[in-house]
Design a protein. Structure first.
Length: 260
DNA sequence: AAGCTGCGCAACCGCGGAATC
DNA sequence: AGATTCCGCGGTTGCGCAGCT
């Protein structure tokens, strides 16, 4: 525990990990007086912490509705989707994951997603990695969610819409995307998902080559065994050994690590 | 058993914008 | 209206732990 002294004033501030006693003081104070106005809260509560530190401790750890534990596949999917739309706007993303903090989501992204990008030896913002997320990771999450027992229809609907939106965004994206939407899922301009496009809009796959037709801006080669399945509510699939991005055909082998 | 390494996570820092004085 | 303080966000750091050698 470090103590910071500021000038002539005897304003010693504690830093580092919070103690149980400090937690209790903060929780009790907020229970009686509410949160907000963090600097004065810190002073009145008798905590030798900055207001920022108190706010962070409350929001990220002590708040009663904070959810802890593993990020579920549903949450993973949502994080991938929302990050593709908004980038590193963690607090905005966190608003859509009840109980999860921006800090936790940010940590998840850095430790898991960026790790995967590193394993693929590509930048997390690269086309290659976005392809992997779009065509492999997210569909597999969707499949996994669907396969799991007890998935509510509402949840399924959300991800079916979500999945459809990826397709819609990919197929309808113009050659000059808006500044807001530099992501690969740039089709949605509002917070609500678009309705799935009609089946007639689905690009055809040349079974001999695996090349997608239609108005896809980039071809996506599927190796034998790869598949696109639009029958069961807008999902995609691909298998180990799939090739992505014809301009840089590469094979990253077994993708089983993508979902852990 | 000890040292090393990588991971996950809590906490801090710097900055920009909003609110207050 | 300008200065100061506060708040919230995103980036970064560092610690503890588990697994590996």
């Amino acid at each position: 525990m470090e103590v910071v002294l500021h000038g002539d004033e005897e304003m010693d501030l504690r830093r580092g990990p919070w103690t149980v006693e400090e937690d209790l003081i903060l929780v009790n104070y907020i229970a009686n007086h509410g949160d907000g106005r963090w600097n004065s809260l810190a002073r009145h509560a008798g905590l030798k912490r900055t207001g920022k530190s108190c706010r962070l401790r409350w929001l990220n750890y002590l708040r009663p509705d904070v959810r802890r534990g593993n990020i579920t596949p549903e949450e993973q999917l949502l994080i991938l989707e929302l990050h593709s739309r908004w980038g590193n706007r963690w607090s905005k993303i966190a608003q859509h994951l009840p109980g999860r903090t921006d800090n936790e989501i940010k940590n998840y992204w850095r430790t898991r997603v960026q790790k995967h990008a590193k394993q693929l030896q590509c930048d997390v913002n690269s086309k290659q990695f976005k392809d992997v997320m779009k065509y492999l990771w997210m569909p597999r999450l969707i499949e996994r969610i669907r396969a799991a027992s007890g998935v509510s229809p509402a949840t399924t609907a959300v991800y079916q819409q979500s999945s459809a939106n990826y397709y819609h965004a990919t197929t309808k994206e113009t050659s000059k995307p808006s500044p807001e939407s530099s992501s690969c899922f740039a089709g949605s301009s509002s917070d609500s998902f678009e309705a799935p496009p009609p089946l007639s809009d689905v690009p055809e796959v040349d079974n001999s080559t695996g090349v997608l037709g239609g108005c896809w801006p980039e071809q996506c080669l599927l190796s034998p065994g790869g598949y696109m399945d639009f029958d069961q509510g807008w999902s995609w699939g691909a298998t180990a050994g799939d090739h992505l991005s014809t301009d840089c055909l590469w094979n990253v082998g077994d993708y089983s690590w993508l979902i852990d």
